[in-house]
Design a protein around this ligand. Sequence first.
Ligand SMILES: O=C(O)CCC(=O)C(=O)O
Length: 481
Amino acid sequence: MVIKIGGQIEKVNGKEMTYNEFVKRYMEKNQPVVLTGLMNGWRACKDWVTCEGQPNLQFFSTHFGVSKVQVADCGTREFTDQKRQEMSVSEFIEHWLSNSASQCSNETQTRNDQSVLYLKDWHFVKEYPEYLAYITPVFFCDDWLNLYLDNYRMHTDPDAYQENYEICCSDYRFVYMGVKGSWTPLHADVFRSYSWSANVSGKKRWLFLAPSQSHLVFDRNMKNCVYNIFDEVSETKFPGFKKAIWLECLQEAGDIIFVPSGWYHQVHNLEDTVSINHNWFNAYSLSWVWNLLLRDYNEAKEYIEDIRDICDDFEGLCQRNLAANTGMNFYDFFTFLMYFALANLVLLCELRGRHEISTASSSTVAHHLALNLGYIRKITLEMKHMHVLEENHGCILDMIRTLEEPRFSKLYMSLGRTYGMIHEHLHLSSDLGEALGDDFMVLDVLKPYASSQICTPEDLIKFMDNIFAELGNNYIEELSV
Ligand SMILES: O=C(O)CCC(=O)C(=O)O
């Protein structure tokens, strides 16, 4: 099938763009872009690439050969993805080398291990935290997903065996390695997160579909999505497909692509390629995550509607199924929102208490924090209006206990350092060295309101509004995003 290509993704020199420009032009507008010039000096670009510009397979085998990784067989479909198997990095590289050797010698292929393998989702940073292969470009640092997972779990199911979860959901910072011809089927990213993907070596072809057209790659029931846009796609099954207009991008080594929320994409390695890839989201993309959860919840509910009457806890079962299918449920997402509401509030109080919002950079940080809170409030309000979590009788967040938890201190301090770095506010990035002590004035502002526990979206809204009233009317505009 010949697809319609409507244009190319814009390519911009990342060194000539400010953070605020990136936010205004791409993150806020949810538009893809390719950024150049941001990978200079990365250790990965030196260690992982040969003098000829090829992936340095020997280096991977020698230094990381024992790592266990997920490898996709690009020729075998399994449900909506490619069939995967686990193997060590050295086994994967052995396969890669033996296949390229047999291709070079033009050998008649009689062996049955000629499948095109693609190493995906290798949690490289988790596994080798000391190695420092790269520095996340500033544009992608406001990453609540990985920051949260460094301190908390997205979902805990006391009944389920967790080993697989520990590995696959521990973070979303990956390395990908694939021979020429390896590829990734059409999909939109997990949680409708953003992603960024940096080509360390090799070349990729990306095909993108804007969210406004995503219905065109689904069947009539909006249940099944096209798997490979270059297959003969059945017009009867996918009647809208031929109307889809794709954007294309040829990503060279040294290019980083920003993939916005909800954009379907298919990716082909045109050469042997090694890339680094993060999934991430923040205040700007919370509504995407929430809308996905709502859609998947309704689907999960519909699926078991016929057993509603014989179910003791129908809602509980829906939430369990939602977490199993999507990776989080309403409780998990609401818990996530509460932690980030509290972290942003702590930082805002800290900024006002210690330094006053006088310098340009501190007021930029304050504006950013207030905007974050505005987005959190907006989603929480939607949750409240939809009466979700109303049947919840337990407390989800005990403010005082949370404020005293070391991992919460780690979370808000990392967030503060991130904003200090992004907005070049050196005070904030260096002052947040100690956890909140009892004498700390932030607690004076928060504690009177923190005594009540937060169980529902309504509680969270009240809590946030009380603190805002305390801080004065400075942030009305940001709060009404
Ligand atoms: O590079 C690939 O093969 C896939 C990457 C991808 O889908 C992503 O970054 O979202």
